[in-house]
Structure formats: C-alpha cells, structure tokens
Design a binder for this molecule. Structure first.
Ligand SMILES: C[S@@+](CC[C@H](N)C(=O)[O-])C[C@H]1O[C@@H](n2cnc3c(N)ncnc32)[C@H](O)[C@@H]1O
Length: 286
C-alpha cells in the first residue's frame, strides 16, 4: 500500500547540469543492483527478472525481440540476454533471442562495448523517443518493450504517450521498478544510498574527486539520497499505471481489447528489495 501520494519531483540525474561522472556512478550502482545475488537467492536480480519475464509471456521467448526502450548505459540488458539465451540453449532452442538498445539520449560508448561483447544485442542508430515511436523492429518477430527502472522518470502526460505508443504499435510491454511508495522500497533504497561509502573505495580508489565528494564533502551520498528517495516518491503502483491506460482508453486514444495486463511484485533482493513489475501482452489471434 502506498504510504503517500505520488509527486513528480525532479531527479538530479535528469538535469542537464548533472556532471557526467555522477551520472556514471548512478548507472554503475544500478548495474550492481541488477548483478547482485541477494541473501538466500541463487541468482542475480536480473536473472530473477528474466524468470518473471519468461513466466508471464504468452509466447515462447524466442518469438520476441526485446527492446530496452530507455536503455541509458545498458541497464540489465546484457545480463537479461545472457540469462535468457543460456536457458533457451539448455532447452534446445535453435535461435538465440535478440535484444535492441534504444534511448532518446543514446550512450553510444557504453552501447558499443555491450554490442561488441554479444552478437545478440544491437542498438538503434539514432535517438528514439519512446513517447512517439511507432515500431522498433520489423523483422517478423514480436516486439517486447522493456522499461527498466525508468518509467517513474516520466510525468503523467509522457507516461500516457509511452503507454499509447506501446499498446498501439508493439506486442508486449514490461515495466520493471525497484522503487515504490512503501516501507520495504524505502528501506531497500536506504541500503542503496549507503552503497557509495563502500563502492567508492572499490571502484574509484584512484580518483581524488570521488574520495573528496564521497567522504569529505559528501556530495555523492547526498545525490544518491535525493535521487533514490525521489525515485520512490515518483514511482507508480501497478494500479496507477492501469488507471492511466483506462483514462486513455476512455478518451479513445487507445484500444486495449486485444491486451491483457498483469502487475505484481517479487522479492528479489532480501530482506527488502522487491521487483515491481507491470506486464501488458497483446493476445495473439492465431
Ligand atoms: C534511469 S535512466 C535509465 C535506466 C536504465 N534503464 C537502467 O536500468 O540502468 C532513464 C533513461 O531514460 C531515457 N529517456 C528519457 N526520456 C526518454 C524518451 N522520451 N524516450 C526514450 N528514452 C528516454 C534517458 O535518456 C535515460 O537514459
């Protein structure tokens, strides 16, 4: 249950004046979270996200191309790709599943590294706005749009456009969030906020800039605290996302008669870390 109403506050990471080294730090922390195996778990957060995907998709995963529509620096896509394709290989799949990275502000350098490490991941060649895009893939596969830890960045007008575009032009929509307006999410976010105290030593021991801004003038922990708690305050519940879709449908701007929506949460990072998922699937006619 939400402890307080949602507010569209700003995150420092979204501001044009946010230094790129600070944004890189935030992306590394998100990457770390996707890669972490929580206590009592045998697989990473990303691998558990993969389990959720596979269990909710109505078709074989091999039927899809997965589009990371707001990929940032790549998020969990390399881990999802490895996890999904290694389990498909065990099942004897003939072809690997393909992933496509897209973003309005592409991180070409990060994407180049990712795509050169896996032939199953490619990236778009120009910025793509997820609010106005029609189709990303036209190769006969079904298009599954992934919104990883980013849907809360959009205000209601942008969120409605993204949902409209996904329902009108794709086959499946998946929103993953680790934040929410509830106590477990606030506690999990508090743990993430404390992470720079250790990760600065591990990742940036060579950098006086990171040392000063983490331990002497604690800009990094304050940045993590602001963006982390604002992410919680901005995240929509599954019902709130469903309500936006219902409003758009009432206005006649989308038709969900062929779609089924599910939402829920799965404990992936004990003791507090839940993955909040919202999945919409277009029912196939054949
Ligand atoms: C929090 S970051 C990405 C997080 C990433 N998915 C992860 O898990 O690490 C949000 C991303 O949304 C992108 N973005 C913002 N507005 C967008 C839009 N209209 N269309 C596509 N991407 C957009 C930003 O450029 C940014 O990379």
């Amino acid at each position: 249950m939400a402890l307080f109403p949602r507010f569209q506050l700003f995150e420092i990471e979204d501001m044009p004046w946010c230094p790129s080294w600070l944004r890189e730090y935030a992306h590394r922390a998100l990457h770390q979270m996707w890669n972490t195996i929580g206590p009592g778990r045998t697989s990473s957060t990303a691998a558990q996200a993969c389990d959720i995907l596979v269990s909710k998709l109505p078709n074989e995963p091999g039927a899809y191309t997965f589009v990371d529509a707001c990929a940032g620096a790549g998020g969990p896509t390399p881990m999802l790709e490895r996890s999904l394709n290694s389990r498909l290989k065990v099942l004897g799949a003939k072809k690997p599943v393909r992933f496509l990275l897209a973003d309005l502000y592409p991180d070409w350098a990060a994407w180049k590294k990712i795509t050169s490490a896996s032939e199953n991941i490619t990236h778009v060649n120009q910025p793509i706005d997820a609010t106005t895009v029609e189709r990303y893939v036209n190769d006969g596969t079904l298009e599954c749009r992934l919104f990883n830890l980013c849907f809360h960045h959009f205000d209601d007008v942008q969120a409605a456009k993204i949902l409209r575009s996904a329902v009108n032009h794709s086959d499946t929509l998946v929103i993953f969030e680790m934040t929410q307006r509830n106590l477990p999410a606030l506690l999990n976010t508090s743990i993430v906020i404390l992470s720079p105290l250790i990760s600065t030593l591990l990742w940036f021991w060579w950098s006086p800039l990171h040392m000063v801004f983490t331990y002497l003038i604690p800009i990094v922990p304050l940045f993590f605290a602001w963006d982390g708690f604002v992410s919680c305050i901005r995240t929509r519940s599954g019902q709130e996302i469903r309500d936006i879709i219902a409003r758009e449908e009432a206005r006649g701007s989308l038709d969900t008669s062929e779609w089924t929506f599910h939402y829920g949460q799965t404990k992936v990072l004990p003791p507090f870390g839940n993955l909040y998922w919202f999945i919409g699937v277009k029912n196939r006619k054949d």
